[in-house]
Write a protein that binds this ligand. Structure first.
Ligand SMILES: [Zn+2]
Ligand SMILES: [Zn+2]
Length: 326
């Protein structure tokens, strides 16, 4: 993970001068979660060093906005708020009009839709803002909202891992079943190998999930950050259903190819959209792994087709009616 100082350095405009006071403001700002108004930051700075003027804080904020370190958000309160982008992936907001609190979420389906609309209209998107106004659960029910908030990056990593684990699990089930049903010895070995790999990787993902959970004792129960309508695990589940209906070796391999291709595309497409974060890495690594599986299955499919072409299928035993092919 990129350290904070390196992050600031990378965003420093060329020829930009260093300034002790500004560095102090930048570091304090980056240490905060949530959405601060300029005055919130002034207050925060003055609690540390009261010689810092309001104008210096304002200038530092503008500098951070220009450098891409801070994002300006307008929640319709008549003043701007600021959030930093260090280890803070892009997101949308739910804004409570009763308590003015905002809640962050990300929906890959909404992002996809925005892309689709912009493409259709030949529009070059620089920034998109989705803000949903209403009443939050805490205000609606009188239930206490947790005082502290988890960093967005941690929530994204948690949710990315959950999706990857669910996909891995359905992949494992698919290959275990395919290995049991496949009569071709080589094809069976391929499915067994893939089942083994999925099992190993599942254990790794679960260990990584535990590591992420260890960073915040309440992480598991925090609300979802990342929303997906169609997650990739559905692909393998559908594949397993087809297997259950009874298929031959070649068809089983073809189903595997379709599942892996769909899964690879899913993780790559969404992973590419995320900003640099642990969640992005999880998705991109997973996409690579699915591509390797895809390539292995394609090789096996081709070699099985060659073997079958070289050796005509054996006659069926007399008396057993041939099943009608679909
Ligand atoms: Zn509220
Ligand atoms: Zn935000």
């Amino acid at each position: 993970m990129e350290p904070q100082a390196a992050y600031v350095e990378r965003h420093r405009p060329p020829g930009g001068r260093r300034s002790g006071k500004r560095d102090l403001i930048v570091n304090t700002f980056l240490g905060q979660h949530g959405h601060l108004s300029a005055d919130d930051l002034v207050e925060l700075m003055r609690s540390e060093d009261h010689r810092i003027s309001r104008a210096t804080v304002y200038r530092a904020l503008q500098w951070m906005v220009d450098a891409g370190i801070a994002r300006k958000v307008d929640f319709g309160e008549g003043r701007f708020r600021f959030e930093h982008s260090y280890r803070h992936p892009r997101h949308f907001h739910l804004i409570c009009k009763s308590c003015n609190h905002s809640y962050e979420f990300l929906s890959s389906d909404i992002e996809g839709l925005i892309e689709e609309v912009a493409d259709a209209r030949g529009f070059d998107v620089r920034k998109s803002v989705v803000q949903i106004y209403g009443t939050c659960e805490a205000c609606r029910t009188g239930r206490q909202r947790p005082e502290d908030e988890a960093p967005t990056e941690l929530l994204l990593a948690r949710d990315a891992l959950r999706i990857a684990i669910a996909t891995e699990r359905s992949g494992l089930e698919f290959y275990t079943r395919a290995a049991r049903m496949t009569k071709d010895v080589r094809g069976r070995r391929v499915f067994q190998q893939l089942a083994e790999e999925e099992g190993e990787h599942l254990a790794k993902l679960e260990a990584r999930y535990q590591e992420v959970l260890a960073q915040d004792p309440d992480l598991e129960s925090r609300p979802a950050f990342l929303f997906f309508k169609g997650a990739a695990n559905g692909l393998f589940a559908a594949g397993t259903d087809v297997l259950a209906k009874g298929v031959d070796d070649k068809q089983a391999l073809m189903i595997g190819i379709r599942c892996e291709r769909g899964s690879h595309r899913f993780f790559k497409r969404y992973g590419e959209r995320f900003e640099d974060s642990e969640g992005k890495r999880i998705f991109m690594e997973f996409a690579d792994e699915e591509r390797e599986h895809l390539e292995l299955l394609i090789r096996e499919y081709k070699s099985l087709a060659l073997r079958q072409a070289a050796k005509p299928p054996r006659r069926r035993a007399k008396g057993r009616p041939r099943r009608a092919s679909v």
